[in-house]
Design a protein around this ligand. Structure first.
Ligand SMILES: CC(C)(COP(=O)(O)OP(=O)(O)OC[C@H]1O[C@@H](n2cnc3c(N)ncnc32)[C@H](O)[C@@H]1OP(=O)(O)O)[C@@H](O)C(=O)NCCC(=O)NCCS
Length: 178
């Protein structure tokens, strides 16, 4: 079994994280989206540096190589990156009534189906639980849905489409009790 280690991302890691995300967005969505939808998805996905500043963003490494990343948040923003068209909602959630958010999950194309995504989810869920949250939710890309479904997440709203320059990208809100 592969030896993965985890650590919290730091500001110095942003360039490496963005490079991994770009590879992941470009190469791992082909079975789920058209080439036009993949290009459009760059505008609804990507890194939210707020997660790194909040120290809620994990990196998974294997022999010093970045294998994947993903995080959680105590803020209201449900999805989207620094450069995306999605509105930022920085207000803090109330763990007693709100669901923590799972955010920006990406595995390097060279490390897929080796448990990296599942490992990140379990780290996020543990941290959210320790912060007092009783549930987690996320906005899933089509490529993310099989992972989340396998890990106990269920749809919590009808499928929506984010439209970027006339191209629609499907997104599914999913949640899980902790
Ligand atoms: C979604 C993503 C993070 C999954 O990462 P991963 O490290 O390969 O996931 P895991 O190895 O932990 O998968 C765990 C389980 O999820 C399911 N799963 C994951 N990817 C799957 C796929 N492409 N097809 C079908 N099932 C899949 C399987 O049940 C898998 O278990 P198995 O490999 O034993 O069958 C990765 O494909 C990715 O980065 N995609 C592009 C970016 C993206 O869309 N991210 C989601 C944003 S919401």
């Amino acid at each position: 079994m592969t030896d993965f280690t985890s650590r919290l991302a730091q500001i110095d890691d942003l360039d490496a994280l963005k490079a991994l995300m770009n590879r992941s967005i470009a190469q791992l969505q082909g079975a789920f989206l058209t080439p036009e939808q993949i290009l459009a998805s760059y505008h609804v996905m990507g890194l939210d540096a707020q997660l790194v500043r909040d120290q809620t963003y994990f990196m998974i490494e294997c022999d010093g190589q970045l294998a994947g990343c993903g995080g959680w948040s105590f803020r209201a923003t449900l999805y989207g990156g620094d450069d995306s068209i999605v509105t930022r909602e920085p207000q803090r959630l109330d763990p007693a009534i709100d669901a923590a958010k799972v955010r920006a999950m990406y595995t390097d194309p060279g490390f897929v189906r080796r448990g990296v995504g599942g490992l990140i989810l379990s780290l996020c869920e543990k941290a959210a639980r320790e912060a007092g949250f009783r549930s987690v939710e996320l906005m899933a890309t089509a490529a993310g849905v099989p992972l989340y479904a396998a890990k106990g997440y269920r749809p919590s709203a009808p499928l929506v489409h984010s439209v970027v320059a006339g191209v629609s990208v499907p997104l599914l809100r999913m949640s899980k009790a902790l």
